[in-house]
Design a protein around this ligand. Structure first.
Ligand code: FES
Length: 136
C-alpha cells in the first residue's frame, strides 16, 4: 500500500466512523415527543402569581404557561425544538423566545424563526374561578 492509498483509506474510515455519531447528535432539530399533560394550577398560590398579570408566565412539568398581553392563557411545551433549552415568554412580542440561540415561536407554539424549525406542542387551558387547568 502506498502513501496515497493509505491516506485515502484513512479518510474514508474517519468519515465512516464520524458520520453515524454526527447523525445522532449533530441534528439541528430536537424531536418533540407528544407529551400527555393534565394539571391544574391554583392561581391564588404565590408560585403561580405571575399568571395573574398579562405578560406573566411560569414553567411547570415541562410546560410553559403564559398569560398573553391580551389576557388569554396559552400553554406549550417548554423545550425548544432546536436543542431543548427552555423557552421564555416575551410579552412585548407576544412570542416564546429561546434564550440559547434565539429561535422564536408564536404564542400558539408555531415556529416563527430559526434555528428551530419544529413547533412547540400546544396544550389546552381552561380557567374556572382561580383554577387553571392545562391539558392535552
Ligand atoms: S436551543 Fe437553539 S434555538 Fe433553542
Amino acid at each position: 500500500m502506498d502513501r496515497k492509498e493509505f491516506l485515502t483509506l484513512l479518510g474514508f474510515s474517519a468519515i465512516a466512523t464520524t458520520l453515524p455519531m454526527c447523525m445522532g447528535s449533530c441534528s439541528s432539530s430536537a424531536s418533540t415527543p407528544n407529551m400527555s399533560v393534565d394539571f391544574t394550577l391554583d392561581l391564588t398560590q404565590s408560585a403561580y402569581a405571575a399568571l395573574n398579570t398579562n405578560g406573566g408566565y411560569i414553567v411547570k412539568d415541562g410546560v410553559i404557561v403564559a398569560k398573553t398581553t391580551a389576557g388569554n392563557y396559552v400553554a406549550v411545551s417548554a423545550a425548544c425544538t432546536h436543542e431543548g433549552a427552555n423557552v421564555n415568554y416575551n410579552s412585548g412580542s407576544d412570542k416564546f423566545v429561546c434564550p440559547r440561540h434565539g429561535a422564536t415561536f408564536a404564542n400558539s407554539g408555531t415556529a416563527v424563526s430559526g434555528p428551530a424549525n419544529g413547533n412547540l406542542q400546544k396544550f389546552n387551558t381552561t380557567l374556572t374561578g382561580n383554577s387553571l387547568r392545562v391539558y392535552s
